[in-house]
Design a protein around this ligand. Structure first.
Ligand SMILES: [Zn+2]
Length: 687
């Protein structure tokens, strides 16, 4: 493509059955936002589009579980997700939703057009049916054993263990997710998009046409799908939540969520254009528009095969120029998981790190899963903040601003003759916009973020080498020139950091007082203008851009994750099967009594053992108990407990233990006493 006239940039529609976490941000929304901001800064016409994906089976299942309507579920999460995006500075031109009227109309019309053009095949097939619930069981409504890997918890549309995409009827031993019943087979009619019919076009367009400019991970996945042979894919479902099928015979059926969701990009563009008084059509129908889809790798097939086949079949739309899908982000070495609460949720992050959105944006970009799955660790997050944002970027800016205020009352000094180093430095600044551009235009955001940091590094090194704080005593003229050059770097950083660190950029522009039109600069000005911030210009007072994150703060986050892990383990702990039956006589052999702990001390050189003196009512005896990891000796003195008193004594670490205290465990793995819920006398029998 020659220079595009405009950009339509889409970011994957988040599914509204929960809030979003760092994996979503790293995989899709931060890179998309960097790209959109950069395109706007370089003077392009941009439509940056997203919205909530609100149809589909999981939402109806969640609604049933919580006893509310599907609309209640999507209203709740749409609001939470939208707020997270705003909080993190994601600059969508429109964030819409697929329950919007304009979307229902657009998707319905799209389907109708394909129907009228005979682009679908109709087929009556036997589908699983739940007689009790009176409902067909597509997708997530049915679980069973995966025919490929024997995973017993595969869904009707996909096995999450081996990643196979499935049809509900493929499952072995299917079970209804609604009633648990074994489903029956019942005939139903559906419309299929014959992907096989588009195979030649897809081969030509992607395998030949985009071999060089699409990311290898994306190209490879698409190629393997096409090589496997494409099959017709149903685009309708028997369901009552979604967009009704708008043709004869469509009663009681809706568009498959994966048919309607990508059309959401189009309807969101329409909604935006209507509000902005623009024409939406060029953004989707003009060949001079560059369409880019930002997604995670789980969406590749939909954005590279199914949606393009739909657009091609419709006939009047452009196709994506690129689909720079990212791989997955893991968290501390484990797959992010909503159901296991193994995630850093954006609302939680902001609560723990208020006003530090840029730190997360930067850490996620510098370590983005661009070419392979990557790991987010809190230690790396801390290091990116302390060693780069604080020690390089923040330190440089702080020195420049503080010294300018100290030496010149905040007025940018006159420069005199430039030294060789000055000239090299000023020339280096001019090169940065195109270096960063080249990385962003190839969707290499990590590389781009490191180039930005290199510019700050250049500034830091310049000041450290020139040492204006020493020179001020001996050579005031030279000091002025050094500070002038350093201020040029600072103002270049203010603009070039905007796509990556938007909150910091705004703060820095305000400190440097370069928001007025007289001194404001565009991205390209940095390469072309000889003066970025002029002598005589007044800047403001210093203000810290970043602050050090202490080990304690990081440990708190690690502790949070550890608690999630323990809770998961406890939740997944199998309930032990019942033991063999015993007679009443067997039971009466156990002498269980209420006791009171009189003394407690740690067993020397052990982690787990406490030596207790217990009043059993019969006597005061010594019992050794493995509870030291759950209790300190002080907190249990005076506690009433349940004691098995006729257990044969045995020696533990040389201390004879006469009996056993009965305990159980909380979900987090902390031991708890089994004790009477009101005070009773020691020695009472439990029977
Ligand atoms: Zn499987």
């Amino acid at each position: 493509m020659n220079t595009p006239k405009r950009y339509t940039i889409t970011a994957a529609l988040p599914y509204t059955n929960g809030p979003i976490h760092i994996g979503h941000l790293a995989g899709v929304y931060v890179p998309a936002d960097i790209y959109a901001r950069y395109k706007r800064l370089t003077g392009n016409d941009v439509a940056f589009i997203c919205g909530s994906d609100e149809h589909g089976v999981p939402i109806t299942i969640k609604a049933k579980k919580e006893g509310v309507s599907p609309q209640d579920i999507v209203d709740k999460y749409h609001a939470i997700i939208k707020k997270s995006f705003e909080d993190f500075g994601i600059t969508f031109d429109n964030y819409s939703r697929t329950t919007a009227k304009i979307h229902h109309e657009t998707a319905s019309e799209f389907f109708k057009t394909l129907y009228d053009k005979h682009e679908f095949v109709e087929e009556v097939t036997e589908q699983l049916y739940d007689e009790e619930a009176n409902q067909f069981l597509a997708d997530r409504f049915v679980t069973g054993t995966c025919p490929k890997c024997a995973n017993e918890e595969a869904y009707g549309d996909q096995c999450e263990n081996c990643g196979s995409s499935l049809n509900a009827t493929d499952l072995i031993n299917p079970k209804s997710a609604i009633t648990g019943n074994v489903p029956t087979l019942k005939e139903t009619k559906h419309w299929f998009l014959p992907l096989n019919k588009h195979e030649d076009f897809l081969k030509e367009w992607i395998l030949k046409g985009h071999k060089k400019d699409w990311k290898p991970n994306v190209y490879g996945q698409v190629k393997s799908w096409i090589d496997d042979g494409l099959r017709p894919r149903a685009v309708t479902r028997d369901l009552d939540w979604g967009i009704p099928v708008p043709v004869p015979g469509g009663e009681g059926k809706v568009l498959y969520v994966w048919f309607d969701a990508p059309i959401g990009y189009i309807s969101a563009t329409k909604e935006w254009a209507e509000k902005a008084g623009k024409d939406w059509k060029p953004y989707w129908k003009d060949l001079d528009t560059k369409l880019v889809h930002f997604i995670g790798k789980d969406n590749i097939v939909f954005h590279c095969i199914i949606f393009p086949a739909m657009l091609k079949a419709e006939g009047s739309y452009i196709l994506p120029d690129n689909v720079p899908a990212n791989e997955f982000l893991n968290l501390e070495g484990k797959k992010l998981s909503t159901s296991k609460n193994w995630a850093v949720w954006l609302p939680d992050y902001l609560e723990d790190f208020p006003n530090q959105q840029d730190v997360l944006r930067y850490a996620l970009t510098a370590n983005a899963p661009e070419s392979k799955d990557n790991d987010f660790t809190w230690k790396d997050f801390q290091a990116r903040n302390n060693n780069e944002l604080v020690a390089i970027f923040g330190n440089f800016i702080n020195r420049v601003v503080v010294l300018t205020n100290k030496y010149y009352d905040g007025i940018i000094p006159e420069s005199s003759e430039f030294s060789e180093v000055d000239n090299e430095t000023l020339a280096a600044i001019k090169a940065y916009p195109s270096v960063i551009e080249s990385s962003i235009d190839r969707y290499r955001f990590r590389e781009a973020s490191q180039e930005l940091m290199n510019l700050a590094r250049l500034g830091n090194k310049y000041l450290a080498d020139e040492e204006p704080w020493k020179l001020i005593k001996t050579d005031e003229v030279r000091t002025k020139t050094i500070m002038y050059v350093a201020l040029q770097i600072a103002s270049a950083l203010a603009t070039l950091s905007e796509p990556f660190l938007p909150f910091t950029s705004k703060k820095l522009k305000s400190i440097l007082n370069i928001t007025s039109s007289a001194v404001e600069m565009s991205w390209s000005d940095i390469s072309t203008k000889s003066v970025l911030i002029p002598s005589g210009h007044q800047i403001g007072k210093g203000e810290l851009l970043f602050s050090k994150i202490e080990d304690k703060t990081i440990q708190e986050q690690l502790d949070k994750l550890e608690a999630s892990k323990k809770a998961n383990e406890a939740a997944n702990k199998e309930i032990e099967p019942q033991k063999d039956l015993i007679s009443f006589e067997d039971f009466t052999k156990l002498d269980i009594r209420v006791g009171t702990i009189l003394e407690a001390e740690k067993m020397p050189k052990t982690k787990k053992l406490l030596i207790l003196k217990v009043d059993t009512g019969i006597d005061t005896r010594t019992i050794v108990s493995g509870i030291a990891e759950s209790f300190t000796p002080e907190e249990i003195i005076g506690k009433q407990v349940t004691v098995l008193v006729n257990l044969a004594p045995r020696a533990l670490r040389g201390v004879e233990s006469e009996g056993m205290i009965l305990m159980t465990e909380t979900p987090e793995g902390k031991l708890v006493f089994v004790n009477p819920d009101t005070a009773v006398n020691s020695g009472l029998q439990i029977s």
